[in-house]
Write a protein that binds this ligand. Structure first.
Ligand code: FAD
Ligand code: NAI
Length: 485
């Protein structure tokens, strides 16, 4: 096998293998024999998660080559870029959900799906523990699933940095239920503000919508919220209109740090026009049920503590590791220095583990935790696994033809020709290149039918913002929503 293919199959393949470690070569030979020996037996390929990474893998995978088992507590794929629009009802939540069963039904060979959370990966025994955490439970709701190959695509959870009161008092924006909760809470704030004899100060608090985190999630949500107010609430409940206010709180000196300076300035000036207040260099330290406490860094270097009363608080400060990922990392010595997720090699093999790959937000491959990266990684693994299966089949054929040479020497010329042609095919597909991410650009909606885009263009970058960019944003995402891939 070529060096690259070996690394793709590889178990704990370190980036550089010192030659003196001959036992690696032996380990590889044994793995190779195991692969040959197991031909005819379909390997259990267990895929954790139904997000961007895992679904991209599933869609491109030739399921007939493996015994595919998908495990995820969410029985649908969620098109996250349009989730902020669901918080205000601008987009119906069902239109950004794709049932897993439907995806599996479209595959050539059947694949299993279990609606469950994986609670433990036993890398030693090659078994995962799964638990049905849904409201309806049967007699069996905890069990084990063995795997030959495991793909971890469980994403990340919301980061709170241990700040007191965040979990109890804020809304997050990651899942459909979060978007629904936000929508309910906005309307609750509006109706409570309109309650008989409500004091002006309390009306101002209730109508103050605070978003913490000036990354794309926070910015897009703040923009959607302002639109919702201008287009609906203002007309429906004009008596409280003057009290409505959106504030975006960000610890860094500016919002959208991943965009170019020009687009950051454009976003900030658009927010000013939309009356969305941006508080930069403001780090939230504590959250109560009615106000947040934040530390503002003044230009002279002084720090000042401020209290910001709120009605709705949306917390969008990025990603944190899921307990499952932390648990797996703690079992693998090679992961001890990794902080942001499962360190993987250039074939997305989890460093230091056997037969475990990782994709998306839970993997650290040197890219930002985005849908774009996750889906390209998932598609890469599908190509890799499809190739691995083809390789195994062709190797079995070579093996069989070679054996038949001894049994039927009369046909040897024809058999040798066939072996050579099969080996040529093998060489072609064995040469699997490492994963390479192709960045298509960043897009974000900023409200008032305006968007910002940093897109790859003719070997360079094109930065644009405004209404035309919004049309581009909308058509790009809508077309992706309707596409089957
Ligand atoms: P996810 O898509 O989060 O999927 C994880 C899956 O794992 C889920 O199905 C979950 O139920 C399942 N799971 C969780 N725990 C377990 C467990 N223990 N066992 C089994 N399964 C489990 N990125 C962009 O590139 N462009 C955008 O415009 C964009 N917009 C976004 C908007 C919002 C509001 C958010 C929150 C994110 C956005 N992102 C965007 C980021 C993007 O959504 C993530 O990077 C992407 O979802 C990561 O994909 P993933 O497959 O790693 O994880
Ligand atoms: P993020 O990590 O991009 O941004 C979080 C922000 O919160 C940071 O700017 C951070 O400084 C700030 N923050 C952290 N703690 C804070 C505190 N205590 N007080 C105040 N501010 C604090 O997180 P986000 O926006 O959720 O994005 C996560 C990932 O998803 C990113 O990789 C992002 O690129 C991607 N994404 C992409 C979108 C797009 O391309 N349109 C949309 C949404 C997410």
């Amino acid at each position: 096998l070529s060096r690259q293919t070996r690394r793709a199959y590889a178990d704990a393949a370190p980036v550089k293998k010192p030659r003196k470690f001959r036992y690696f070569r032996w380990a590889w030979r044994l793995t190779y024999l195991y692969v040959l020996g197991s031909i005819g037996y379909q390997k259990n390929l267990v895929i954790l998660g139904t997000g961007w990474g895992s679904v991209a893998l599933l869609k491109k995978l030739d399921t007939e080559n493996y015994n595919v088992i998908v495990v995820s507590p969410r029985n649908y794929f969620l098109f996250t870029p349009l989730l902020p629009s669901c918080t205000t009802g601008n987009i119906e939540h069902r239109s950004i959900m794709e049932p897993v069963r439907q995806i599996l039904r479209s595959k050539k060979a059947s694949a299993m799906y279990y609606e469950a959370e994986c609670t433990h990966i036993d890398a030693e025994r090659k078994v995962i523990k799964i638990s049905d955490n849904s409201d309806v439970k049967g007699d069996v709701h905890v069990t084990e699933v063995p795997y030959d190959m495991l793909v971890v695509g469980v994403g990340a959870e919301n980061a709170t940095f241990g700040i007191p009161g965040v979990r109890e008092n804020s809304c997050f924006l990651k899942e459909i239920k979060d978007a629904q909760a936000i929508r309910t809470k906005i309307m609750d704030c509006v109706e409570t503000a309109g309650f008989k004899d409500q004091k002006p100060e309390e009306i101002s608090r209730l109508m103050h919508m605070v978003v913490v985190g000036g990354g794309p999630t926070g910015v897009e949500f703040a923009g959607e919220l302002r639109d919702f107010f201008d287009e609906d609430i203002k007309k429906l409940v004009p008596e409280i209109a003057d009290s409505f206010k959106v504030t975006l709180v960000e610890a860094l000196p500016n919002v959208l740090p991943m965009f170019s300076k020009q687009l950051i300035d454009y976003t900030e000036s658009t927010f000013k026009e939309e009356h969305i207040e941006i508080m930069t260099k403001t780090m939230v330290k504590n959250v109560t049920d009615k106000y947040i406490e934040a530390e503002i860094s003044r230009p002279d270097g002084k720090k000042e503590l401020t209290r910001i009363p709120y009605g709705l608080l949306v917390w969008a400060t990025g990603n944190a590791l899921r307990p499952l990922v932390k648990d797996l990392m703690s079992q693998i010595p090679a992961q001890k220095d990794s902080r942001r997720g499962l360190a993987v090699n250039e074939y997305l093999v989890v460093q230091g583990a056997r037969d475990i790959w990782a994709v998306g937000d839970c993997a650290v491959a040197g890219y930002a935790p985005t849908a774009q990266v996750a889906s390209q990684e998932g598609a890469f693994l599908a190509r890799l696994f499809n190739n691995m299966a083809k390789t195994e089949a062709l190797e079995a054929k070579v093996h069989e033809l070679s054996s038949s040479l001894n049994v039927q020497p009369g046909n040897s010329a024809q058999v040798v020709q066939e072996i050579e042609s099969t080996e040529r095919q093998l060489r072609r597909i064995k040469d699997i290149k490492p994963f390479h991410y192709s960045h298509q650009g960043s897009l974000a909606y900023i409200g008032s039918e305006k968007a910002v885009a940093d897109v790859a263009w003719l070997n360079g970058n094109l930065a644009s913002g405004g209404k035309l960019t919004y049309l581009f944003w909308r058509s790009a995402y809508l077309s992706m929503c309707f596409s089957s891939e």
